[in-house]
Unconditional design. Structure first.
Length: 584
């Protein structure tokens, strides 16, 4: 046998050979392969995962696979969502959680929809002035302290949804997460990067450093992350349900850490926590039905309000990305975000919220009439503004073979929440109190809002933007969507809807398409780098819009049912390389 570059053996098929003819045919084959791979990669760039029986799309691969295994095992959409959510608490620690909160929207195959609210609550000792020191607002207290921790809702919420819809035993849904925590899993390059970036912020908390580093040194991609304390906490939840979290050893460990760090959250707050069943927000858009999350999320109301405004204009595939479309969508966003700041908060503390008006077509008509077709409006700087919000949160979408659907968004607020791992319990606590307004009466351009609906108060839920959403037509499910991203969630979810319904995109095209965001104040269009052409930007700027590029926006995890073929399309958002769609 000759080595590389040696003479071919005598039995070689073209011996004696013309070296040119070999390299020519090799070249032709290579060119064909190259063109083919180009074509495939273009197709791959826009082709969703396709399946017939069910789909799970989540921000981390192992969690999506845990959900898919549940579906294959005879579980339904809620079973799979619960199992995937617990798995995310292990494999996606930046936002997957048992120490945070969120929302789950469920729609049965027969068409009834219900929303589960497991948003964190303010502890009983929280007051509107909680974030002031000697009368002065302290952002650290608000966002990065034990006072920033809200009463977690995730375990209660997942259990409530399961108790009403679940088919498989509770334990079967939690055990895969216990196993992932105990046996560990290989750290992806993205997780290794994110843990390395977080290390400095975790240094104040020895239990956090112990859990997410090797004695203060960062993990490398490919190394195994084992979380023994977390496995024990999850095991208590598997065996005892919510009692295994809100009472007994886990609750005592949380209360002890709160006391040690000067928090106000107590054992009584934990025991008193209840997830709630809410009536979803509904709207219509060009003959489609929109079903989304009601307050304490602002998401459903804002999305329906924006769609109601857009409905008055024709939008087709040829309009995607044009300056006129971006301008119209921006002006609709601007108005909905202004209303969000002015009116929305915890419905149990704000019974007077004008929800019906905000969702009405007549109100949208009046807002649309206030929009000039060639001139940007101006957001008034003496009304409402917000601090920059972390893009962390995570979303998963599930569809089962009977047509039951689950859309679940949950969060710790910031990436890795408060960065406080409960010693002995192995999970991160949220810093969701940061979603309350900062200080009564203080609204200014530095990003503070002081309006009453979302001031901290005992037992109150803080306003959210999380927007688990579904779209149906004539009772048939068409789309399950949701995303992380703080306030950008609302516009990311909106854009996945408009991309599919108006611009005719499949699920993956709708997720891949460049995004933009406007939130009233700061008064600027924030767009994904290279997502708007220089010509479009120039036209928008001539109209009076300020623009700002960012690297990326959101991580939508979307399922679409093709109405013509019945194929289920799953689209994971490749802005986060660990996202995955798994179907069967
Ligand atoms: N913490 C992000 C949200 O709830 O919108």
């Amino acid at each position: 046998m000759t080595g590389m570059g040696g003479n071919p053996p005598s039995s070689y098929p073209c011996n004696p050979c013309n070296p040119w003819s070999i390299s020519k045919s090799v070249a032709v084959v290579l060119i064909i392969l190259f063109l083919l791979s180009g074509a495939l990669s273009i197709m791959g760039a826009t082709a969703p995962e396709r399946a017939r029986q069910g789909m799970v799309v989540a921000q981390e691969r192992l969690a999506a696979e845990v959900g898919l295994a549940v579906l294959k095992d005879g579980g339904n959409a809620v079973d799979a969502a619960v199992a995937s959510a617990f798995a995310l608490a292990v494999t996606y620690p930046a936002a997957g959680n048992i120490g945070g909160g969120g929302f789950l929207l469920h729609r049965s195959g027969k068409g009834s929809a219900v929303a589960y609210d497991f948003r964190e609550k303010a502890p009983a000792k929280a007051l509107p002035t909680l974030f002031l020191v000697d009368g002065k607002y302290d952002p650290n207290r608000h966002h990065a302290s034990h006072l920033a921790v809200g009463v977690p809702g995730t375990v209660a919420g997942l259990h409530l949804a399961w108790s009403r819809h679940g088919r498989l035993p509770w334990k079967r849904l939690v055990i895969p997460a216990v196993r992932l925590a105990k046996e560990g899993f290989a750290i992806s390059p993205a997780l290794a990067d994110s843990l390395r970036r977080e290390l400095p912020r975790m240094k104040a908390y020895p239990a956090s450093l112990a859990q997410f580093s090797k004695s203060g040194n960062p993990y490398e991609a490919g190394e195994i992350l084992r979380q023994k304390d977390l496995a024990r906490s999850l095991n208590r939840i598997a065996k005892e349900g919510p009692k295994g979290f809100y009472d007994g050893e886990t609750a005592a460990l949380i209360a002890r850490e709160m006391q040690r760090g000067g928090g106000v959250l107590t054992l009584e707050d934990l025991r008193a926590y209840e997830a709630k069943i809410r009536v979803p927000v509904t709207g219509s858009y060009r003959g489609f039905e929109i079903v989304s999350m009601p307050p304490p999320s602002s998401g459903g109301i804002a999305i329906v309000e924006i769609l109601n405004i857009l409905e008055g204009w024709e939008l087709g595939p040829q309009d995607f990305g044009s300056a006129r479309t971006i301008h119209r969508m921006t002006e609709a966003m601007r108005r909905a975000f202004s209303d969000r700041a002015q009116f929305l908060g915890d419905p149990d503390s704000n019974p007077e919220m004008p929800v019906e008006k905000l969702l009405s077509k007549s109100y949208a008509n009046s807002l649309r009439n206030s929009i000039s077709q060639n001139k940007a409006s101006v957001s008034s700087t003496n009304t409402f503004s917000w601090r920059n919000e972390s893009p962390q949160t995570t979303h998963l979408s599930v569809l089962d073979r009977e047509g039951n659907a689950a859309s679940l968004t949950f969060t710790l607020e910031d990436s890795y929440g408060s960065r406080i791992v409960v010693p002995g319990a192995g999970f991160l606590l949220n810093n969701e109190m940061g979603d309350f307004n900062a200080e009564p009466g203080r609204t200014d351009v530095t990003g503070l809002i002081g309006t009453p609906p979302n001031m901290a108060a005992p037992g109150k839920r803080m306003l959210s933007s999380m927007s688990p959403t579904m779209v149906t037509r004539e009772g048939k499910l068409l789309l399950i969507t949701g995303s992380p991203g703080g306030r950008t969630i609302i516009n990311t979810v909106l854009e996945t809807i408009v991309n599919t319904l108006d611009f005719g995109m499949n699920a993956q095209e709708a997720v891949d398409a460049p995004r933009f965001h406007h939130q009233w104040l700061p008064d600027q269009i924030v767009y994904e780098l290279n997502g708007l052409s220089p010509d479009t930007l120039r036209i928008l700027e001539t109209m009076g819009h300020k623009t700002k590029a960012v690297r990326s926006q959101g991580a939508a995890q979307v399922i679409r049912v093709d109405p013509k073929t019945g194929w289920i399309e799953g689209a994971a958002d490749r802005r986060d390389p660990d996202s995955a769609a798994r179907g069967w």
